[in-house]
Design a protein around this ligand. Structure first.
Ligand SMILES: Cc1cc2nc3c(=O)[nH]c(=O)nc-3n(C[C@H](O)[C@H](O)[C@H](O)COP(=O)(O)OP(=O)(O)OC[C@H]3O[C@@H](n4cnc5c(N)ncnc54)[C@H](O)[C@@H]3O)c2cc1C
Length: 530
């Protein structure tokens, strides 16, 4: 077995009364839950993660994909969060190159707008100092326009160059889960926790929905950790009626690279509310993001971009680049995520809410929510510390790196293409070598403008707990978001792989395509009625 937990087998064992007792059960398969699972297993605990939908289906596949300190937090005086974040960024860059990669940011200045050059130079000096690097400078208009041709020159006063990092958020979740499973943890997707179990008023386990058998299974654990992000209040409300999560939506738009190619990130202040907006490269496309507003919709329905957000992002781009006017017809796809912000202060400007995490302990249930992708390791450690009283003493940790370091270097893996090899090693860790060995060279060709290839699809279908076509196209790879029309050009090739590897017949394939296209049309494209 090369890959993930065998879902059917583990559920069958549970139905037979086996595998019902765990040291730690983690509810939620986003980056927070994955981080907790990894750090729990590294300490020797028998750990199980349960995700109601697909792994990273929640916010962790819909972030802006930046591993960053967040200049905004520094400007707001939050030194602690910024320092933790930039140090974690540096750690991730070192431990997972090819998955987390440094990228240049250009923060543009316009006359009359704050922060200007002087303030930004001070902010960046502190930012770099906290990270232990020195990588910022001022760029004049000429240097800036070389990076971003067509940028409106009116009142333009150059930019500050600095660096942060980018990641594929879903693949980060998958890498952390994969390493956890390789170390002996288990993770089940499409397994919903319906309620908590109690013994003497203390949480002692969870009940899960066994969809295949239309029944429930009761699992016991010394510690239950609720890592359900924006959904955290729901499970916690079984033990504490307090409401602490303020769901805030952020949306993004993807346009073809050909319309405005960028290789670095441009940041500017939106004309309406002076919030920072980014234009950045991602998987052979150009992305515009993000927005920040209260999300009042049902959390069980996937978040999607609104007309108002679409106009907000397109108008911002069009004002900056008057000769590259974008219309709705140019949009390839969109995504929207819900930030689990701790605050619950309705009325406060969403962008002014703090972005750090919180951990609560109620009757044996540990709830962890908020924070950022970037700091997931620290968030996981806080959650485990809060659970310490319910657990046996942890085993000593043998390796400082949270990732299992692949035994082979990028140069040795693919001497002709070490850059791509590094990407595979970052995303698949030690599995990268097997992924290449299990595929043919014609499956290594990049698809469209992306760097994804059919070998990765084959690997995911065989080994990465893909239950539906949307798991493959929206999360294991991002082909459904980066190729035109949701990547329908790949249907014949994918149908053949699903048929050979998973025995999907024509009926199953049609059902999956219908399901995928309904999801894509509702949540990954523009709203139907402009
Ligand atoms: C628009 C946007 C941009 C962002 N950009 C960045 C960025 O650039 N950099 C950064 O560091 N951070 C960023 N963030 C923040 C970051 O994405 C989140 O903090 C992080 O993804 C939260 O992860 P999580 O695991 O806590 O939640 P989620 O990823 O939402 O995971 C929670 C999971 O719990 C599952 N679940 C819920 N209830 C149950 C149940 N009963 N049983 C089983 N499973 C359940 C859900 O299905 C979900 O998958 C951004 C967030 C947003 C919204």
């Amino acid at each position: 077995m090369n890959g993930f937990t065998d879902r059917q087998q583990l559920l069958a064992e549970m139905r037979n009364g086996e595998s019902l007792d765990w040291d730690i059960i983690v509810v939620g398969g986003g980056i927070t839950g994955a981080g907790v699972l990894r750090e729990a297993r590294r300490r020797g605990y028998r750990a199980l993660l349960l995700e109601q939908q697909d792994f990273s289906w929640g916010t962790s596949s819909r972030s802006s994909k930046m591993v960053h300190g967040g200049l905004r937090y520094l400007a707001a005086g939050d030194l602690k969060l910024t320092k933790e974040s930039v140090l974690e960024r540096e750690r991730l860059l070192k431990e997972a190159p090819g998955l987390v990669d440094r990228i240049a940011f250009y923060f543009t200045f316009r006359k009359g707008l704050f922060p200007g050059r002087f303030a930004m130079t001070v902010i960046l000096a502190i930012y770099d100092f906290l990270a232990g690097i020195k990588d910022h400078r001022y760029c004049n208009n000429e240097q800036l326009l070389k990076q971003f041709p067509g940028l409106d020159k009116a009142n333009l006063k150059g930019a500050s160059y600095y660096t942060d990092a980018m990641v594929d958020d879903s693949r980060l979740v998958m890498r952390v889960l994969q390493d956890s499973i390789d170390d002996g943890a288990q993770a089940l997707n499409y397994t919903k926790v319906t309620n908590l179990l109690f013994e003497n008023d203390k949480v002692c386990g969870v009940a899960i929905e066994d969809v295949d058998n239309a029944s429930t299974i009761e699992l016991r654990a010394s510690a239950v950790i609720n890592a359900t992000g924006a959904w955290a209040d729901r499970l916690r409300n079984e033990v504490n009626s307090e409401k602490r999560i303020r769901p805030l939506r952020g949306s993004h738009i993807i346009i073809p690279k050909s319309l405005y190619p960028v290789s670095n990130v441009m940041t500017f202040l939106h004309q309406d509310d002076k919030r920072g907006v980014y234009v950045y490269p991602w998987e052979g496309t150009t992305v515009l993001g993000t927005t920040d507003l209260d999300h009042a919709e049902d959390l069980d329905i996937e978040a999607s971009i609104s007309n108002q957000e679409t106009d907000y992002l397109l108008s911002a781009f069009n004002l900056q680049f008057p000769n590259n006017q974008l219309t709705r017809a140019d949009v390839i796809s969109t995504w929207a995520g819900v930030r689990p912000v701790i605050g619950a202060e309705q009325g406060k400007n969403p962008s002014k809410e703090r972005r750090d995490h919180a951990v609560w302990s109620d009757n044996g249930l540990i709830t962890v929510s908020g924070g950022k992708l970037t700091t997931f390791r620290l968030i996981a450690l806080d959650a485990l510390n809060a659970a310490a009283d319910s657990l046996a003493k942890p085993a000593p940790i043998s390796d400082d790196s949270m990732f299992i370091t692949p035994a082979i270097s990028a140069d040795d893996l693919l001497p002709d293409n070490p850059q791509w090899a590094q990407r595979l090693l970052g995303r698949y860790g030690k599995k990268a070598q097997i992924l290449l060995a299990e595929s043919n060279t014609h499956e290594h060709v990049s698809l469209g403008e992306t760097e994804f290839c059919l070998a990765e699809c084959l690997w995911a279908i065989k080994h990465e707990a893909v239950e539906h076509l949307d798991d493959l196209l929206l999360r294991r790879t991002r082909l459904g978001m980066c190729l035109p029309r949701g990547g329908d050009v790949l249907y014949p090739a994918l149908k053949a792989i699903f048929s050979a590897e998973r025995h999907w017949d024509d009926g199953r394939w049609e059902t999956e395509v219908t399901r995928y296209e309904a999801i894509w049309n509702s949540y990954y494209s523009l709203p139907n009625n402009p």
